[in-house]
Write a protein that binds this ligand. Structure first.
Ligand code: 5AD
Ligand code: FES
Length: 349
């Protein structure tokens, strides 16, 4: 056991007990490499107390790799002429959703680049069919108008994932050219007003990002009272302007996940594929450091390979059935279990 400075230990105790820290205090913990295990242990206790031992599996369907945006880090960016583009037919999306249901998943996440071919009307039709399967549905398809979000909600969408990527408005607008930080916030507010469960998150390791900025990301999630928070390290993609950037730091990302659990005790927090890409079995470690969700990919065939946000994505060569089996084994080996319910956020008060 590493001997931690008394005040670092006290900060962790405070976070575990009252789930509040100032910006400076978060920064101190983010910088305290030797506090990582103690932070993870505290986050694991808070996870057990607030959301229990069930791990929620959400089946991820990557239904289109077209994107109108040009984010500097993302392999789907429109300027990436090397990206192989595809769109799944509605019938194929529905088949994958049925498959996910057969695997025992209770949620499907429909994710894509920002592809306007999929109008709200087209998506609504798909949603109505998927909802007949008695699945919770999460959408992750980027920025739309209030009216479009409303149509999608009425068609049955339960949740929406829209990462802020960074809470530093200047950095955001530099990394995602043509996009506006204010507009990102408008989307999150609209989703909230419409009664979606709102998920957000950030990238760790964007060029120019500081520990202070990461601390502000966490405070932003807390202020938003996010229902879900997904965090992943930047993984440089050779076909993007960030080809030669350094990858996000694994340990810093782990401390971020633990801090998010301590400060948003009720949130659903995934152990992300990007973490697993940096280090084998990372999802198990992250599930023991505050996380309680995994999003196994149920996309099949060529599309699974073509949806290349970043290189070396974990599980790309595996089949959805293999992933299902593999995850269940890992979860049981940890003494946890695969949750049987749809995994909505439970409010404690
Ligand atoms: N490395 C890690 N994560 C990435 N994402 C996009 N590109 C990368 C990359 N190169 C993440 C973004 C986005 C999510 C769907 O994938 O945070 O919100
Ligand atoms: Fe597609 Fe950023 S490149 S959302």
């Amino acid at each position: 056991m590493v001997q931690l400075e008394a005040d670092i230990r006290e900060l962790i105790r405070q976070a575990e007990k009252i789930h509040r820290l100032s910006e400076d205090e978060i920064v101190r913990l983010l910088r305290a490499a030797d506090a990582e295990e103690a932070l993870a242990a505290a986050a694991d206790r808070v996870r057990a107390a607030y959301v229990g031992d069930g791990v929620h599996l959400r089946g991820l369907i990557e239904f289109s790799s077209y994107c109108r945006r040009d984010c500097l880090y993302c392999g789907l960016r429109r300027s990436n002429s090397k990206a192989e583009r595809y769109r799944l037919e509605a019938a194929e999306i529905l088949r994958l959703a049925r498959q996910a249901k057969a695997f025992g998943y209770h949620t499907v996440v429909l994710q894509s680049g920002e592809d306007l071919y999929f109008t709200a009307e087209r998506l609504a039709e798909i949603l109505r069919a998927v909802k007949k399967l008695d699945l919770a549905v999460t959408l992750s398809l980027g920025e739309r108008s209030y009216e479009e979000y409303r149509l999608l909600r009425e068609a049955g969408a339960d949740r929406f994932l829209l990462r802020i990527e960074t809470s530093d408005a200047g950095l955001y607008e530099q990394m995602d050219p043509g996009m506006r930080w204010e507009e990102r916030c408008r989307c999150l507010q609209d989703l909230r007003r419409l009664g979606y469960e709102v998920g957000t998150g950030c990238l760790v390791g964007l060029p120019g990002q500081t520990d202070v900025s990461l601390a502000r990301d966490i405070l932003f999630f807390q202020q938003l009272d996010a229902d879900m928070v997904g965090i992943g390290p930047l993984i440089p993609n050779g076909d993007t302007p960030l080809a030669t950037a350094a990858a996000g730091d694994f340990h810093l990302t782990r401390r971020m996940v633990s801090l998010i659990r301590l400060l948003l005790p009720e949130a659903n927090i995934p152990a992300t594929t990007a973490m697993e890409t940096l280090q084998p079995d990372a999802r198990v470690l992250i599930l023991q450091s505050g996380a309680n969700v995994v999003m196994p990919n149920v996309t099949e065939g060529e599309a699974r390979r073509k949806y290349a946000l970043y290189p070396g994505k974990a599980c790309v060569a595996d089949t959805p059935a293999a992933c299902r089996h593999c995850m269940e084994g890992k979860i049981q080996a940890m003494g946890r279990y695969v949750a049987k319910d749809q995994g909505f956020r439970q409010h404690r008060k």
